[in-house]
Design a protein around this ligand. Sequence first.
Ligand SMILES: [Zn+2]
Length: 113
Amino acid sequence: MYAYCGSARGPGGLAARIARHLRLDKARRWHIDHLTTKAPVSRIFWEVDGDECALVDCLLEAGATASVPGFGSSDCRSCPAHLLAVTTSILSAALAGLPTCPLLTKKQIPRGS
Ligand SMILES: [Zn+2]
């Protein structure tokens, strides 16, 4: 499974960005659009005013790997990618680290909400 770490600083904020990621019918503007138009999004985690690069660091520390270097991180100079290969245990480890890695909340929204 893969985890994509992104921001929502554009118009419409978080709700608009999440809704865009869930839509299958959209212009392919970013790398992630090529995946979200072909593969289902299973979960979305978010934190208001979070930092996607810090989240990438947190997941890498938990054992995630950047299997497609540069994917989703064209405008980032510090991350190997913003799309990471993860296992359920890696994701759980990252979530379990919330007190020291305040990047994610356990809030989840199901697809289509
Ligand atoms: Zn980054």
